[in-house]
Ligand binder design. Sequence first.
Ligand code: NG1
Ligand code: ZN
Length: 524
Amino acid sequence: MDKILQAAQNHKKPESVKKYQYGTAGFRMNANILDSVMFTTGILAALRSKYLGGKFIGIMITASHNPPQDNGVKLVDPMGEMLEQHWEAYATTLANAASPEVLVKEVRELIQNLKIDLKVPSNVIVARDSRESGPVLQQAAVDGLVAMEANVKQFGVLTTPQLHFLVRNHNTGKPKVETSYYEYFSTAFKEIYQLIDGDSKPPIDIVIDAANGIGAPKVEKLFDEYLKGKIHSYKVINDKYTHPETLNSHCGADFVKTNQQLPQGISAIPDKLYASFDGDADRVVFYFVNSANKFQLLDGDKISTLLARYFIKLVEQTGLKLSVGVVQTAYANGSSTNYLTQNLKLAVECTPTGVKHLHHVAQKFDIGIYFEANGHGTVLFSENLIEQVSSSSDEHAFKKLYYFTQLINQSVGDAISDLITVLLIISDLQLTPTEWNSAYADLPNKLAKVIVKDRTEFKTTNAERTLIEPKGLQQKIDQEVKKVQLGRSFVRASGTEDAVRVYAEAKTQEEVIKLSEAVCELVK
Ligand code: NG1
Ligand code: ZN
């Protein structure tokens, strides 16, 4: 404990901060006030590892799609999943310790309450995205780990999903170096590529906007060194990850989705496919311009419906009895839900925002497809499925399904893995972007943000679709919804920003604006 006390003198909580909160994306805020949080999160990671008998825990330093001056940190559990929920509260407690002495007291209490055996070694791996504040903040986390005498492995800059992947590999006896990521996914890619009928296979051609983030060098490495000759033509734009001041600025998945427009640096050729990653490459959205030069977004809902349609067909070809389900949040476009339930006759579940909720529900199915509309998601395959398709059957459908269980990152949504999955699927289905998009037409929608005095007053139920507090507000929203055709609207407090989000959807653009404005007025 002396070591913690001593090291903590250099990482004191700033008095200006009222309260730190470990939210859906860990701690995330302006990098200037994150030093002490990094230190305490390092301590917690070591404790978590000891608690789990020395399993490897991950620390990822990133603020994803946030502006360059922000940063953040989150912990990754042994199988590459998000930190277990109870421990989020412990992370918050340690981060808010007012002094080094209080911190030591809190650490002691945690050790006692959780019966942590300090003699168990702790193993932690650390990585960061390309932000300027990354190295200094990483050192603060390492100081916390060193004070706990943890074994630390620093991976430098990685995408968030790469760190998740490596944590899982460290705990499952798989290769433990960054290149194992490229080897693993490129092997699966090449196997499926070979299984797709050679004569009719359209060439793979993609432009990737990497948000000037860490996804740029990583996807280039995969394509240049591991998938040479398989991706026929590709280009990475907004690839200036060594200029962190440009990160997410007028580019990236969040910019494209929020503004429904092309990122900077693209003058689009009609019906050619483009993709955008976010700053840490755990989200991807696709888009194109149609023959009338109109921007068309292929967001997380379009990705999950494409995958659903594809996997249903593949399962049919195998003749196996496997359950397929899709998990969405309330932000999924109503048309996508209709398409899934009515056209594809699929089970669709709705969960609160945050991938950990979706991930959990997706585990119920043999093929559980989950995506947030913003492009964060993946597909989970059950042990039952893997067992059935890994038999030595020579049939293409079996083999394809088997290799898709490897091509799609099983620990977390991964822009690179999702990108190459989609590229193979549209190649196999021989779909142009226009054809992919034509499965259903999105209902016009609007996502607005309202700054309120206290967002914690907004409490929801029914997977965040119904407000229970402030009292009476939901009834007023319902009345506004009734005034427009195909109306839908819900209000919830953001988990990552100090604001309330208002989502609205309706049959026409005019009606959606009317509905959104009316609900925003009610919330203010
Ligand atoms: P909040 O701020 O709680 O709405 C946002 C995204 C989530 C998720 C998290 C984590 C929307 C509407 N919300 O959450 O989907 O990605 O950030 O990054 O896109
Ligand atoms: Zn991200």
